[in-house]
Design a protein around this ligand. Structure first.
Ligand SMILES: Cc1cc2nc3c(=O)[nH]c(=O)nc-3n(C[C@H](O)[C@H](O)[C@H](O)COP(=O)(O)OP(=O)(O)OC[C@H]3O[C@@H](n4cnc5c(N)ncnc54)[C@H](O)[C@@H]3O)c2cc1C
Length: 483
C-alpha cells in the first residue's frame, strides 16, 4: 500500500506550480499546498492501516495485492456499497471538503476501463491503452486529477475558431512515438497534489474541433506543464482562526500545456469527437466518479447540519419552535441528498458484461437540484446565525494579551461553553460558510459537475417520460362512464 509519507515524498518531483509570480520548488513545503498535501497523505494512511483493509481495499486481479476500493469496478450492488463506504471514510476525514480526493477521478477511470470497446472504436490500441493505464493506476495507487473543460476565453466560438487555434489544449504535432499538446484547459482542482492530470473534453465539440477531441494522461511533472492556482486560501490562514482553509484548500488550477509530449501509451482517445463524447455517456465513468461526489457531498451536509445544531445549542436558541422547524427543513434537504445516494445505488442495472451502472436519472436529478438546495441550506444557516460569527475577537491572539483576555473570556462565552470554546466553534462555522474558502465551496457545489442547465438536460435525456405520457394516454382513453 502507498503510505502518506510515500505520497508526500513523491510530490517533490520538479512539478511547476506558480504562486505570486514565483515557481514553487516543493509543494510539500510551500504554505499554499503543504497542509492540503498532508491531508491527502492522511487519506493514504487511513487506507493503508491494517485494521481498515476490508473496508478500504480489494484484491488486485493482476497482482493479488490489496488496492484501493476506489478502483473497484462494481459488479454487484454490494460492490457499489463497498465503494461508498470507502469514499465515506475518506470524506469523513476531510469533512467532505476535498472534492477531488484521489477517489474522484479513480471512479472515472474505473468506468472507462469497464467498457474499453468505446475507446477501441478508434483503434484497438486505444482500448488496450485505457485498460493498461487503469490497471497501472490501480496497482500503484496513483492520484489523478482532471481538466475536462475548455477555458472561458470566447465561448461564442468553437475551439478551432478561437483567435489562435492553440489557445485551447489540443494536439499540435503527431510523432511516431506520441503526440504533442499545447494550449490551456480551464481547471484541474488538486493538480499540484496529484500524480497525473487527465486531459479530455466534456463540452460538446463540433466538426473542425478534432484537435481538441482527445483523452490522455500527463504526469504532473511533465516538461512544459504549468499550473496556475487561484489565490491559495491556505497561504495566510492560521489553524486557530481558519481551521478549514488552513488544512483542506485543495487548490483549483488553470493548466497550461506548452508543447507537452505524450507517449502513445498514455493516449486513449485521439482526434475523435464521437469517442470523446461517448466516453462520458456510453461508459459508467460519469456515474462512478459522481457517485464519489455524492458520497462526499452527503458527508459534507451532515457536517454542515451538525454545525448548525451546535450553533443553536451554543446561542441558546435550540428550544424555539421556529428554530426547530427551520432545522427540520434543513434536515429534510440533507435527508433527500442522503436518500438519493441510496437510490442511485439500488436503482442500478447490471449490463451484459456484468458491470453495474448506478442510476443515471437519480444521480442527475440530485445534481440538478444541488446548486439550488446548497445555496438555500447555507442561507438558512445564515438566517439562524444572526451576528454569531461576527461578534468575535480579531484573532486567537486576543486570548494571549493580558489587556484583552479578561474582557473576552468574560463577555464572549456562551451558556454552554467558555469563550475559547465558543470562539473556536464560531470560527469553524465562519470558515465553512463565510470565508473565502467557504465561498469557493459554494461555487464548487454549483459547478463541479457542470453548470446546472447542462445537468438538467442530462435529467431530461434520461427520465422515463414514456411511462409518464402513457398515463396521460390512459386517462384520455378511459372507458365511457356507466349510463
Ligand atoms: C471550484 C471549482 C472546481 C472545479 N474543478 C474542476 C476540475 O477539477 N476539473 C474540471 O475539469 N472542471 C472543474 N470544475 C468545473 C468546470 O471547470 C466548469 O466550471 C463547469 O463545467 C461549468 O463550466 P463553466 O465554468 O465554463 O461555465 P459556463 O459553461 O460558462 O456557464 C456559466 C453560466 O453561463 C450561462 N450559460 C453558459 N452557456 C449557456 C447555455 N448554452 N445555455 C444557457 N446558459 C448558459 C449559465 O448561467 C451558466 O451557469 C470546477 C468548477 C469549480 C467552480
Amino acid at each position: 500500500m502507498r503510505s502518506g509519507s510515500d505520497y508526500l515524498r513523491s510530490l517533490d518531483d520538479g512539478r511547476q506550480a506558480f504562486v505570486d509570480g514565483e515557481r514553487v520548488t516543493d509543494v510539500t513545503q510551500h504554505p499554499a499546498f503543504r497542509e492540503a498535501a498532508r491531508s491527502i497523505a492522511r487519506l493514504y494512511d487511513i487506507a493503508a492501516a491494517p485494521e481498515n483493509r476490508e473496508r478500504m481495499t480489494f484484491t488486485s486481479p493482476k497482482t493479488g495485492q490489496p488496492v484501493l476500493r476506489a478502483w473497484q469496478i462494481p459488479r454487484s450492488h454490494a460492490d457499489l456499497r463497498a465503494r461508498r463506504l470507502f469514499s465515506e471514510t475518506w470524506a469523513e476525514a476531510t469533512f467532505g471538503l476535498m472534492g477531488r480526493s484521489p477517489d474522484h477521478v479513480a471512479g472515472f477511470f474505473s468506468g472507462f476501463a469497464a467498457v474499453p470497446s468505446v475507446f477501441a472504436a478508434g483503434g484497438q490500441k486505444f482500448g488496450d491503452n485505457i485498460v493498461a493505464f487503469y490497471e497501472r493506476a490501480r496497482d500503484e495507487h496513483l492520484y489523478l486529477s482532471y481538466a475536462i473543460v475548455p477555458p472561458q476565453i470566447d465561448r461564442s466560438k468553437p475551439a478551432h475558431k478561437q483567435s489562435d487555434p492553440t489557445l485551447y489544449a489540443g494536439v499540435v504535432k503527431e510523432r511516431d512515438d506520441g503526440i504533442v499538446i499545447s494550449g490551456a484547459q480551464q481547471l484541474a482542482t488538486a493538480g499540484p497534489l496529484s500524480d497525473y492530470i487527465h486531459l479530455s473534453c466534456i463540452h460538446p465539440l463540433q466538426p473542425g474541433d478534432e484537435n481538441y477531441a482527445n483523452g490522455l494522461v500527463v504526469p504532473v511533472n511533465a516538461q512544459g506543464l504549468r499550473l496556475y492556482p487561484r489565490r491559495p486560501f491556505a497561504l495566510h490562514a492560521n489553524a486557530a482562526d481558519y481551521p478549514l482553509s488552513s488544512r483542506f484548500d485543495e487548490s483549483d488550477c488553470y493548466v497550461v500545456f506548452d508543447n507537452v509530449f505524450v507517449p502513445w501509451e498514455h493516449v486513449y482517445i485521439y482526434r475523435n469527437i464521437e469517442i470523446c463524447r461517448d466516453q462520458w455517456w456510453k461508459t459508467p465513468a460519469h456515474l462512478f466518479g459522481n457517485h464519489q461526489a455524492q458520497v462526499r457531498y452527503a458527508t459534507k451536509l451532515r457536517f454542515m447540519i451538525g454545525l448548525a445544531k451546535r450553533m443553536n445549542e451554543m446561542t441558546g436558541n435550540e428550544a424555539h419552535p421556529a428554530v426547530q422547524m427551520t432545522m427540520g427543513e434543513l434536515a429534510a434537504l440533507v435527508s433527500i441528498v442522503e436518500s438519493m445516494l441510496l437510490a442511485h445505488e439500488t436503482a442500478a442495472p447490471i449490463d451484459a458484461d456484468g458491470v453495474l451502472w448506478p442510476s443515471r436519472t437519480v444521480l442527475y436529478a440530485v445534481m440538478a437540484m444541488q446548486s439550488e438546495f446548497n445555496g438555500r441550506m447555507l442561507e438558512t444557516i445564515r438566517e439562524l446565525a444572526g451576528a454569531a460569527f461576527i461578534t468575535l475577537p480579531s484573532s486567537a491572539k486576543d486570548f494571549d494579551s493580558p489587556e484583552t483576555a479578561p474582557d473576552i473570556e468574560r463577555y464572549m462565552a456562551s451558556a454552554s461553553s467558555d469563550a475559547k470554546g465558543r470562539v473556536a466553534f464560531m470560527r469553524l462555522m465562519w470558515d465553512f460558510l463565510g470565508s473565502e474558502f467557504g465561498s469557493r465551496h459554494q461555487q464548487y457545489e454549483k459547478f463541479y459537475g457542470g453548470a446546472s442547465f447542462v445537468v438538467k438536460q442530462n435529467v431530461y435525456r434520461n427520465y422515463d417520460f414514456k411511462r409518464a405520457t402513457a398515463l396521460v394516454d390512459q386517462a384520455l382513453n378511459l372507458p365511457p362512464l356507466a349510463e
